[in-house]
Design a protein. Structure first.
Length: 573
């Protein structure tokens, strides 16, 4: 098939015989490129979130060269462009504070440069939604390359899962059951290679979401970061990006509301991170679609959890990959999917998974033998969360799914840190631990503080789970009976701000309810005395964030960023 180079976006920079284009061309010459390198070829940007402070992306320097090889193989002109890296392990208070900043950077970098298509290299939690949101708003052909999970961790003869086993063994250490040497061995063995967390945390969930949505090549989500397969995936992704540039395969040309339903179904079927809900709502907003918590609830009630993957199951991402990965999982859910949705591969989702095969029924369970028949993650509503809240019920102690207990309230994270292990804390195993001031505005940034630690005095008694409520998120690698994303958050005046120590709170997961047993007159009295904290910083990005971030049920995007840009092209200059 012959292509028309003048149809390329980059032609406006390099094609015309005018003084501006002369400048563009001459500066490429100054970099050592000749006409043959770029003329009449799609310019394919490799948006790379490599950083030495992002441990999960440490292989991206080399991997970008492999993407470059694929672009050259297909006749494109590769340009590597660094964008902000959001590494979960090093950033405080939370990468979520910066998700929208990276999304804005991706959108503007794509828009203002001579770019015909892009390979988005991300993986560590927020880099995935941020890059997808930015590419959708710029509406330039884009394909996502997930970083891939790291190898399984190892401690003596045990397999370790990042995040999940950190929390588990920390509890044992706090309870006095783990010596210094063993703790050090776990530190040495829990992260054994480049790549994202190898549990079904937020990174693996969002990579799976991206694949089910149609934003990656088939099988990309689970390919381990340091396998040779990942290098080949990178090369193939580069090759496909060139074709997408010629075909003008923009996000708006293939994503539909059904693509988002497919993504949400996949997230539920793998027992994925609760964070996926917030990110998918934000992604939908960029597409101009409304994805509501009610839609999430509808899908939750009919989607079985068939991926038996930690923290809510038994296996790790490498096992999921060996079992067939996302294509195999989706092949067992075709009645719940719209298989006509298009993907960046250029084929429909149905065609993409047509030959998928489940290799291991223990990891990807048959529909007749699911991990859970439905409702692995649930939406709750009630007088404490008028706009909703969520719980990953699959990762909770079944004995706590219906529970009523006395509130033990912490006003913010420092108060919780200072008080949770106080021997005099008035708490028992039936108490309901509450953290507020931890939402999108309060923390700020909506950090992953929702898995409150179990008080030490209860740990030594053998308690390993309690009902915990917060307006925070929780890491996808976390577990326990943690009710999250309570909306509106306390710092926005939500009812959570009015709860006092000793108030009775009841959750009923089968009924999808949360109830605060305080009468309306008392609530009105407390509200009349409520003084909300000033959470808007005087300057900088924090000010922009605080003035425009939306609540959890709306996806925490900035209110002015929903939808696509009026045109992907900059003005004529
Ligand atoms: Fe990067 Fe978990 S810390 S994916």
């Amino acid at each position: 098939m012959t292509h028309d180079p003048t149809s390329l976006r980059s032609h406006r920079w390099f094609g015309p015989d005018d003084v501006r284009s002369f400048g563009h061309r001459s500066r490429l010459k100054g970099m050592g490129f000749d006409d043959v390198d770029y003329q009449d070829r799609p310019v394919v940007a490799i948006l790379n979130t490599w950083s030495e402070l992002n441990t999960c992306h440490s292989h991206f320097r080399n991997r970008a060269d492999e993407v470059r090889r694929g672009i050259l193989q297909s006749g494109g002109f590769p340009v590597e462009v660094p964008v902000m890296s959001l590494g979960e392990m090093m950033m405080k208070p939370t990468t979520m504070l910066y998700r929208n900043l990276l999304a804005m950077e991706v959108e503007e970098v794509l828009r203002c440069h001579p770019i015909d298509s892009a390979v988005l290299m991300g993986g560590c939690d927020k880099t995935v939604p941020a890059m997808l949101m930015g590419a959708i708003s710029a509406d330039i052909p884009s394909i996502f390359l997930p970083a891939g999970p790291m190898l399984k961790g190892r401690f003596k003869n045990e397999t370790l899962g990042s995040g999940s086993d950190t929390w588990k063994y920390w509890d044992e250490r706090m309870a006095g059951n783990l010596c210094e040497h063993s703790w050090k061995c776990i530190e040495n063995g829990i992260a054994r290679s480049a790549g994202t967390c190898m549990t079904m945390g937020t990174a693996s969930t969002m990579a799976s979401v991206a694949e089910a949505m149609g934003f990656t090549l088939s099988g990309a989500a689970c390919t381990p970061a340091v396998f040779a397969d990942h290098s080949r995936l990178a090369v193939a992704t580069g090759r496909r990006a060139v074709e997408m540039a010629w075909d003008k395969f923009t996000p708006s040309s293939f994503l539909t509301p059904s693509s988002l339903d497919n993504a949400l179904t996949a997230a539920l079927a793998i027992g994925g991170s609760t964070n996926a809900i917030v990110h998918l709502i934000a992604i939908a907003g960029r597409l101009g679609f409304e994805l509501t918590l009610d839609r999430f609830d509808e899908l939750s009630r009919i989607t079985p959890v068939i991926g038996d993957i930690r923290p809510s199951g038994r296996y790790l991402m490498e096992d999921f990959y060996n079992a067939g990965g996302v294509p195999a999982l989706l092949s067992r859910l075709t009645d719940l999917l719209d298989t006509q949705c298009k993907t960046v591969s250029g084929v429909t989702l149905g065609e993409q998974i047509a030959n998928a095969e489940v290799i291991d029924d223990e990891v990807i369970r048959p529909r007749e033998n699911p991990v859970s028949p439905a409702g692995g993650t649930c939406l709750l509503r009630g007088n404490l969360a008028p706009q909703g809240c969520v719980i990953k019920s699959l990762a909770a102690d079944p004995k706590l799914l219906i529970h009523r207990g006395r509130a033990v309230v912490f006003d913010d994270y420092p108060a919780m840190k200072a008080g949770i292990h106080d021997p005099d804390l008035d708490v028992d195993a039936n108490s309901v631990l509450i953290l507020r001031g931890a939402g999108p505005l309060g923390a700020p940034g909506f950090p992953e503080w929702g898995m409150l630690p179990i008080p030490k005095k209860l740990l030594v008694q053998g308690v390993r789970d309690m009902v915990r409520l917060s307006d925070a998120r929780m890491s996808g690698t976390s577990y326990g009976t943690c009710v999250l994303h309570i909306s509106p958050e306390s710092s926005a005046g939500g009812p959570l701000a009015l709860v006092q120590n000793g108030d009775e709170i009841e959750i009923n997961i089968p009924e999808r309810t949360i109830h605060w047993h305080v009468d309306d007159a008392e609530i009105t009295r407390r509200r009349s005395e409520l003084k909300l904290p000033d959470v808007v910083p005087a300057r900088g990005y924090g000010r922009l964030y605080a003035k425009h971030v939306t609540q959890a049920d709306k996806g925490c995007d900035f209110d002015f960023l929903t939808g696509r840009s009026p045109g992907a092209e900059p003005g004529i200059y």
